[in-house]
Ligand binder design. Structure first.
Ligand code: HEM
Length: 437
């Protein structure tokens, strides 16, 4: 159905390889504890800001649990974001790791493609690129995500939020907030920004529901990736013929040099994917966090000016991209006193870095009065999230409208029974049954 496609489908493209060979306790949250880091992460507390850990395939990766160390890795040009250059070592099968030889596996080094033989890139997934290729494409997009354009969106987010709240009320006294509210707001916004017909999103989401499904076969994944490409290629060609006031049309107008069709398709797919589920997860999990912390919700109701703080605090506290940000060391690099060998993967443990006691008092406490706490949820450095202003606007207005227009809102089931996305490194709730009766 559309609803299940919506909740299970689109994932930020850099997280597609999310089903890594990690121990289950590194990603799975016990019932009733959807807010705290997974037990495997909690168990490693106090063992260092950079910790070599062994994946289930036998390879070593370097888990970065410190806030400063996380920032240092993401700001350091000796680390590459290009997973294809050296392939993503963390998705290797055990037999491939065995073939590496013991020493390399222990060092976490994957020598499948040497750094000097990087294949030329022609596509536009700049999240996987390093400067200068990354710089050229990213700069074109920052020109589209202007503060002015984002400001103009605010009234549109208010409208969409209000419409969806009215629709929930009109339909009765209960709803599932994920398909009824958390998914459609970011979905509609990114479709409007890109100039994608919202009616077409079902087709798009059918493809991504396969390509991001860990149980789908390679053939199914290849077919859906191809379908998704054709979908966007068609749209890019339509916009070339008939430009509008949207981001894809804006990118088409870029000259010196103009973007190729394949670059345009990739950038658009990256944005469409990124614009959907990240913010939707924050809205769903954020609403759950506030409903489960009545004192915090009361503080927001008493002083709505606190919503700006609350958004940053929820981003920090929930760290929805849990172990999804990785880098490959291009040479031996020492971080936090630990040497990360050339070719090895550093993996940001955002839930821990965002609760580093060196940076936050009572880091495990949700406190919406913290003055805009810093966090690594949008990353750091040259790849820092391009959609962060949009995401913030959607979260602030989405949460404020929800709790203002629905003062009686409450969960209809205990926290222990809330269905969470435990198998995903991009964390969230799959459904959130509520009532306002
Ligand atoms: C990059 C998180 C919403 C578009 C990133 C990165 C993170 C992130 C952690 C950096 C990845 C890395 O360094 O490897 C989030 C979260 C969001 C969100 C938590 C919502 C709460 C969005 C939205 C859009 C978007 C709404 C699009 C409109 C992008 C793009 C990049 C990116 C294009 C790549 C930037 C680059 O490589 O230079 N995001 N994101 N994100 N995000 Fe987001």
């Amino acid at each position: 159905s559309t609803d299940s496609a919506q909740t299970d489908s689109t994932v930020e493209p850099h997280l597609i390889e999310m089903r890594r060979p990690l121990e289950a306790d590194m990603v799975e949250h016990p019932p009733g504890c959807p807010f705290d880091p997974a037990p495997g992460l909690l168990a490693r507390r106090g063992q260092g800001a950079v910790q070599p850990i062994t994946l289930t395939n036998g390879l070593t990766v370097y888990l970065v649990t410190g806030f400063d160390e996380g920032r240092a890795v993401l700001a350091d040009s000796r680390f590459s974001a290009d997973k294809f250059r050296n392939r993503d070592v963390t998705s290797m099968q055990p037999e491939e790791v065995t073939a590496l030889g013991t020493t390399e596996a222990e060092r976490g080094v994957c020598p499948v493609v040497s750094f000097d033989e990087a294949p030329p890139r022609t596509d536009g997934y700049f999240i996987f690129m390093d400067p200068p290729e990354h710089t050229r494409l990213r700069r074109l997009l920052t020109g589209q995500f202007t503060v002015r354009r984002m400001k103009l969106l605010e009234s549109r987010v208010h409208e969409i939020a209000a419409e969806h709240i009215e629709a929930m009320r009109a339909a009765g006294t209960e709803a599932d907030l994920v398909p009824a509210y958390a998914m459609p707001i970011p979905s509609l916004m990114i479709c409007e920004l890109l100039g994608v017909d919202y009616a077409d999103r079902d087709e798009f989401q059918r493809y991504t529901s396969v390509s991001t499904n860990v149980l789908a076969s390679d053939e199914e994944k290849a077919a859906s990736a191809a379908g998704q490409y054709v979908f966007m290629e068609r749209l890019v060609r339509e916009k070339r013929a008939n430009p509008g006031d949207d981001i894809i049309s804006g990118l088409i107008n870029v000259s010196d040099p103009a973007l190729t069709d394949s670059e345009l398709v990739d950038i658009s797919l990256m944005l469409l994917g990124a614009g959907h589920e990240t913010t939707a997860n924050m809205l769903g999990l954020g609403a759950l966090a506030l409903l489960s912390h009545p004192d915090q919700l009361a503080a927001l109701r008493a002083d709505p000016a606190l919503y700006d703080n609350a958004v940053e605090e929820l981003l920090r506290y929930l760290s929805i991209i849990q172990l999804g940000v990785t880098r490959i060391a291009m040479e031996d690099v020492t971080v936090g006193g630990v040497e990360i060998p050339k070719g090895a993967t550093a993996m940001l443990a955002a839930p821990e870095a965002n609760r580093d006691p060196a940076h936050f008092d009572h880091p495990d406490r949700l406190d919406v009065t913290r003055p805009r706490p810093p966090h690594l949820t949008f990353g750091h450095g040259v790849h820092q999230c391009i959609g962060q202003q949009l995401a913030r606007i959607e979260m602030r207005i989405g949460l404020e409208e929800l709790f203002t227009r629905m003062p009686e809102l409450r969960l209809t089931l205990p926290l222990e029974e809330v269905d969470v996305k435990n198998e995903m490194l991009l964390f969230g709730v799959r459904s959130l049954p509520v009532t306002w009766a």
